[in-house]
Write a protein that binds this ligand. Structure first.
Ligand SMILES: [Zn+2]
Length: 338
C-alpha cells in the first residue's frame, strides 16, 4: 500500500487545474513552462501527463475510484479531514472520534499492519516507511515490533547495506525542521522503502509519502504537481521491479490512496483541508493486482469509503480482518477475481 498525502481527486482524474496554475506562486518555472509539462486541453491527455503510471498501467490493468463527476464517490467516514484521523481510518478500518488531532499520541486501535503481522507466517513480514514522523504513533511503534521507519529517524536493523548506512548518517545530520517541509524528503523515504523491499522481501509493505501535502499548504501548486508526478514515477518503478521478480510477479497487489482531500480551486481553497473545508472529505483509490478485475476508471458505482481499505487488504491475503471495533467491509469489486 502506498499513500500520497492530501492529493485531491481533482488532479488524479482531471489533471492539472488551469486556474490554479495561473494564480500560483511559481517556484519551479514560468506559467508557460508549467503548462508545457502538465497542461493539455484534453482532460485524458492532461491527467496522463501528470500521472502516466496511473493512466497507462493502472487504467489498462487495474481500477481507479473517486471521480465524483462520473458517478464514483470515495469518502472519509471521519469528520475531521486531516492526516492522523485519515490514516487511522485507513489503517484500522474505522473512524475514532477520540483521534482528532495530529499530536504524537500512541494509537490505541489495532491496525491492519499489526493484524497481518500477528498471523502465522507473517511475523516480521510487515514493514512501514513514512516521510512524516507521526507514523511512529499512528501505527504504534510502542506496541509493535515490525519495522516502522519515519521522519528524521534512521533505519534500524541488525544488518545494514552500505547505502542504508550512508542514508542513516545523512538523515540524522540533516536539519530536519530546516529544509522547509517539516517532513523527511519523499526521495529518502522512497529509497529506504525500495531497498527494504528488494533485500527483505516483505509480504505487506506500506509507504507513506508526504511532500504533496506540504507544498499544497504552502500554495506552491507547481511543486505540488511536481511531487504528484514524481510519486507516480516512484510507484511505476516499484511496480516494474515487482513484475521483474519471481517472488512477486503476478502475486502482488498494489493499492494507492490518500488520507484526505482538499478544497476547491476558488480562493486558494485547494491548499487547505479539514473540517471546515468543503470537499476535503472526498478521496480516491487506485488498485492493480492479480485478484482485481481490469475495469480502468470505475464509473457510476457504489460509494466506497476509506474505512473499507484495511479489510480489503486482509481479504487479499485470505484473512477476515478484525480490529478492536467493527470495521468497514471489503470492497467486493476490487477482489472479484478471488
Ligand atoms: Zn494529510
Amino acid at each position: 500500500m502506498i499513500t500520497l498525502d492530501g492529493v485531491r481527486w481533482q488532479e488524479v482524474f482531471k489533471g492539472a487545474d488551469k486556474t490554479i496554475i495561473t494564480n500560483n506562486i511559481n517556484e519551479d518555472g514560468t506559467i508557460e513552462e508549467i503548462e508545457e509539462k502538465y497542461w493539455s486541453d484534453d482532460e485524458k491527455l492532461r491527467r496522463e501527463k501528470l500521472l502516466p503510471f496511473f493512466w497507462k498501467t493502472i487504467e489498462e490493468q487495474g481500477q481507479l475510484y473517486g471521480n465524483k463527476e462520473r458517478g464514483s464517490v470515495m469518502r472519509l467516514t471521519n469528520p475531521y479531514f486531516f492526516s492522523y484521523p485519515g490514516y487511522n481510518e485507513l489503517l484500522v478500518g474505522f473512524s475514532d472520534d477520540s483521534i482528532n488531532s495530529n499530536e504524537k499520541t500512541f494509537n490505541p486501535n489495532t491496525n491492519v499492519l499489526e493484524y497481518m503481522n500477528q498471523q502465522t507466517g507473517f511475523k516480521g513480514q510487515v514493514a512501514a516507511f513514512a516521510s512524516w514522523d507521526v507514523f511512529d504513533w499512528i501505527i504504534n511503534k510502542d506496541r509493535n515490533d515490525f519495522i516502522i521507519n519515519s521522519g528524521a529517524y534512521p533505519y534500524e536493523d541488525s544488518v545494514l547495506t552500505q547505502k542504508q548506512k550512508w542514508m542513516n548518517s545523512f538523515v540524522s545530520h540533516m536539519p530536519y525542521e530546516g529544509y522547509g517541509l517539516g517532513v523527511r524528503w519523499d526521495a529518502l523515504t522512497h529509497e529506504y522503502a525500495f531497498d527494504y523491499l528488494k533485500y527483505r522481501k516483505p509480504r505487506l509493505l506500506y509507504i507513506a509519502y508526504d511532500e504533496t501535502d506540504e507544498y499544497a499548504h504552502q500554495l506552491k501548486y507547481d511543486l505540488y504537481l511536481k511531487m504528484i508526478h514524481r510519486s507516480d514515477e516512484y510507484i511505476g518503478r516499484i511496480w516494474k521491479w515487482l513484475q521483474s521478480n519471481d517472488m512477486y510477479r503476478n502475486k502482488t497487489t498494489l493499492i494507492i490512496t490518500t488520507d484526505h482531500g482538499r478544497g476547491e480551486a476558488e480562493k486558494d481553497g485547494w491548499g487547505s483541508h479539514g473540517q471546515t473545508v468543503p470537499g476535503a472529505q472526498f478521496v480516491w483509490t487506485a488498485i492493480l493486482g492479480p485478484d482485481t478485475p481490469q475495469m480502468g476508471e470505475v464509473t457510476y458505482t457504489d460509494t466506497i469509503a476509506t474505512n473499507q481499505i484495511a479489510a480489503t487488504i486482509a481479504h487479499l491475503f485470505g484473512y477476515d480482518y478484525k480490529s478492536n471495533r467493527e470495521t468497514g467491509e471489503v470492497i467486493q469489486l476490487m477482489v472479484a477475481k478471488k
